[in-house]
Design a protein around this ligand. Structure first.
Ligand code: HEM
Length: 410
């Protein structure tokens, strides 16, 4: 499904050349910049607007691209063999403007190990004030806000936050000079920082973008993981089912090496995380500016209005998700997929500005939950505890998410 979303973006942003693999009858595509739409492949015209499937499996198993494709041979990827791999034939992370993103920073923060919570506290305070402001028509006024007590704290936080990405930027620049992150030739080794370093943006814009990745990319999966562990501790049936899936895929060795394919095969874990993001969407609401007037229930909202879209409210609407307060991953089983209405499940938003980190976020959350679950049993720490949900841009629990953990042997 994620691939399909990527595809829709790629098709809309890129012109594509569709190629048929005669052996497998699979259709796959190459991006073709600066070519006319309706590219003809093997005499077949596929019209603009068609949803096409990019068969990465077929591309990777095409003899022309990878001789003896069924042989597992890591030597194909040795630097001395790099010229044998044709452009656009190795696509595990797709290609194009919405491919899988990577932000290599090489910077250790030591947040967990040291008592220096300066950055974390500043971020938390900043986001709390930001959210208070967003929902107060008075505080949205710059004039009023600049005379409040909060304003001074807000400014102080911003100073701390602005300094944080600087070592990351410096590390990226130094690494690039040493050519140990980016070799300048291999497109696929480019990281997010490389894109920014290559683009024509100011130092400030660069810093803001890196900051955005840190905020958008760390707290969000962190929130998803925390709420999942909490719910698993309350729901032993779900936890056991998840463990069964994990054992069936990885066996009983707690240190089993988990491959990307294993993670993708964890279909029940997928349902569990989707249900967490339904009940506790990491980004509970986001805003959009209306490009045209819209009328809802007889009320017309004029073009130009900023509207908040509450994923939290939609995910808790009985009409879309019956018994919304019940944690039930089965809602997302394949056989129930037709019960989920379009646009009713929007943890990553939808449309051209949806989350570009959704695939990597799911992989990160899946691998961390798997590792924890295979080593620890999760139990409720306090049976009377109810999370007090709060929003610091990202959904959190103000009174924590206590979980008791017991080491387990599989
Ligand atoms: C559970 C994890 C995540 C959730 C629920 C989530 C959710 C969202 C949502 C709802 C938006 C749209 C926000 C808006 O329009 O105001 C968004 C945007 C974004 N997300 Fe995520 N996100 C997650 C993880 C990540 C990760 C891991 C990264 C980066 C590695 C990331 C990077 C971004 C970026 C850069 C944007 C802005 C995209 C744009 O404006 O075009 N997100 N995310």
């Amino acid at each position: 499904m994620y691939l399909l979303i990527y595809l829709l973006h790629m098709c809309s942003l890129f012109q594509i050349h569709v190629v048929e693999n005669k052996k497998t009858n699979n259709v796959y595509v190459k991006e073709k910049k600066n070519k006319a739409w309706n590219e003809i492949a093997n005499g077949v015209t596929i019209p603009k607007g068609t949803e096409v499937s990019i068969a990465i499996y077929a591309t990777h198993h095409d003899e022309k691209n990878f001789p003896n494709p069924n042989i597992f041979d890591p030597d194909r990827f040795l630097p001395e063999n790099a010229d044998k791999i044709q452009p656009y034939t190795f696509l595990p992370f797709t290609k194009g403007p919405r491919d899988c993103i990577e932000l290599i920073t090489n910077v250790r923060t030591n947040f967990q190990e040291t008592s220096d919570k300066g950055y974390l506290n500043a971020r938390s305070t900043y986001l709390t004030i930001f959210m208070n402001r967003a929902y107060s028509s008075l505080k949205r006024s710059e004039l009023y806000f600049s005379h409040t007590h909060e304003y001074k704290i807000y400014k102080k936080c911003i100073d701390i936050l602005k300094k944080f990405p600087l070592p990351i930027i410096e590390a990226a620049k130094t690494a690039r000079k040493k050519k140990n992150i980016f070799d300048g030739e291999n497109e696929s080794s480019r990281k997010v920082v490389d894109f920014f370093l290559d683009s024509d943006i100011s130092e400030n814009e660069f810093r803001d973008n890196i900051d955005m990745f840190i905020v958008a990319g760390h707290d969000t999966p962190g929130s998803g993981i925390a709420f999942t562990l909490y719910e698993l501790a309350q729901n032993s049936v779900v936890q056991n089912k998840l463990l069964d899936e994990s054992i069936s895929l990885l066996g009983k060795d707690p240190d089993a090496v988990v491959t990307l394919q294993d993670i993708q095969n964890m279909t029940y874990l997928d349902c569990v995380l989707k249900e967490t993001l339904r009940k506790y969407p990491s980004v509970p609401s986001y805003e959009r500016t209306l490009e045209e007037d819209i009328t809802i229930d007889g009320i017309t909202i004029p073009r130009g209005t900023e509207v908040a879209i509450s994923a939290y409210a939609i995910h808790h609407d009985e009409d879309y998700f019956p018994k919304p307060d019940v944690y039930d991953p089965d809602r997302f089983l394949l056989e129930n997929s037709d019960k989920i209405q379009p646009y009713s499940y929007i943890p990553f938003s939808k449309g051209p500005r949806d989350c570009i980190g959704k695939t990597i976020a799911m992989l990160v959350m899946k691998s961390i939950i798997t590792k924890i679950l295979r080593n620890f049993e999760l139990l409720p720490a306090n049976t009377t505890h109810t999370p007090e949900l709060t929003c610091e841009f990202v959904l959190k629990s103000a009174n924590g998410l206590p979980v008791k953990i017991l080491r387990r042997s599989l």
